[in-house]
Design a protein around this ligand. Sequence first.
Ligand SMILES: [Zn+2]
Length: 305
Amino acid sequence: MDEFKVSGADLIVACGGGSVMDAAKLASVLVTDEYGVKELLDDPGRARKCVPIVLIPTTAGTGAEVTPNAIVAVPEKELKVGIVNENMIADYVILDARMIKNLPRKIAAATGVDALAHCIECFTSNKANPFSDLYALEGLDLILNNIMDACNDTEAMEAKNRMQIAAYYGGLAITASGTTAVHALSYPLGGKYHIAHGVSNAILLAPVMRFNEPVCREKFAQVYDRCVHTEKTCKTVEEKSAYILRWMENIVKDLDIPTFLKSFGVPEEDLEGLVEAGMQIQRLLVNNMRPVTADDARALYKEIM
Ligand SMILES: [Zn+2]
């Protein structure tokens, strides 16, 4: 920040993934002596824009280019905390598929599934509304039908372009709705074990959506009606819902994203700590259509151990 102040620059241009864009958003409100990051963690309302920002995402996933959030690691609490203030919204965003052309498959996969999680969570969130549904459903359509090509084929520019737009829509859906138990339970995995955000969400996506299925069935059926463009063979709500669950699960598997925490050296004796940390993310858990108790969280974490 000191360097920026002496540089005399009047614009911040950030080109990178979610963390880079979040850092730029934070920087745009920190060119002041009135407060620092610690003060913003206590009172995010204090943030005010000091310098305009241009965000250019180099992954198709986080949607950080459109949200007013900046995720900050708090090492002493082993947690990542979101600072939310609309003063951090980007002034300009450039979406260009060429920025993700040579993204390693592993990163394209994890960030792409993060965008998928944003859309399906926002669509099934207690905070879902007609405005967020518009973007969540369009995002789902784009992601479900393009993520495999976008990750597997470096030349699939059209699929990559659609993923860039979908990730942006996912971010828009977050601002109007909110993510749910996938993101809530994934927070401690990033904070304590440094598992990449997209990967921890991918690990939790299928188990949490299966847990949610009894109350989200109608919603999943709507996703089926909107996103399946081949012959629609499923007729009942139950069939359609099961199809969408399988589709999401297969995407995670086929993109070779690990689905168990043991791949990351998380010991089983940490289960209770995870439950405790996960249950603290009530900000997102309250958005989950099926209420999540500590016992539910324990069962979900156990499933992915
Ligand atoms: Zn996310």
